[in-house]
Design a protein around this ligand. Sequence first.
Ligand SMILES: C[S@@+](CC[C@H](N)C(=O)[O-])C[C@H]1O[C@@H](n2cnc3c(N)ncnc32)[C@H](O)[C@@H]1O
Length: 188
Amino acid sequence: MELIFNHLKVAHLYWKEILKPGDWAIDATCGTGQDTLYLAKLGGAGVISLDIQEEALRRAKKLLEDELAQVELAKVHLMLHSHATFPKLASEQRVKLVVYNLGYLPGGDKSLTTKPPSTLESIRQAAELIASGGALSITFYVGHPTGQEEFDLIAPLLAALPFSEWNICQHCWVNRPSSPILFLLQKK
Ligand SMILES: C[S@@+](CC[C@H](N)C(=O)[O-])C[C@H]1O[C@@H](n2cnc3c(N)ncnc32)[C@H](O)[C@@H]1O
């Protein structure tokens, strides 16, 4: 049995801890919908899930329809929308968690990856949007060049956020240089 959890399991443990009934979550990178599915099963008030690719939303919709009960499915809002801005629906809810699983759609067009400037802008807006006690969960995939650029641009800015306003933690495998890196930021 492996003692140390991978980034996904660590992220899921935090998400479960943060989301309470009445809270909303945003999946800022829907992709195949696995993260959206996990969030929808946590029993919050709603999940907004964004992607710029119709193919991703199609795959996610199929997964959610196969795996969720009607009552859970009704709480999920899949939107063809860039996370560079958040939809109006998000500003009308109590958003406790915004998650980013950066990179490209598995099995899809690798050029349609998340990009450093829009990811940074999105994180800025998400930091404003979330309620006190809420969190951002950001996974960087530094094994590909754009993922490394995203990390190089954004990680130092996160590390410089004031401790009086944010608790921030990083999870990575220190002896596996290209493995994913998870940041968890909780707003005080
Ligand atoms: C690594 S995948 C996400 C994995 C996903 N969370 C899952 O559970 O399968 C990254 C996704 O981000 C999407 N994406 C890229 N740029 C985006 C943007 N500006 N806004 C929203 N989604 C974006 C890609 O189309 C891709 O589907």
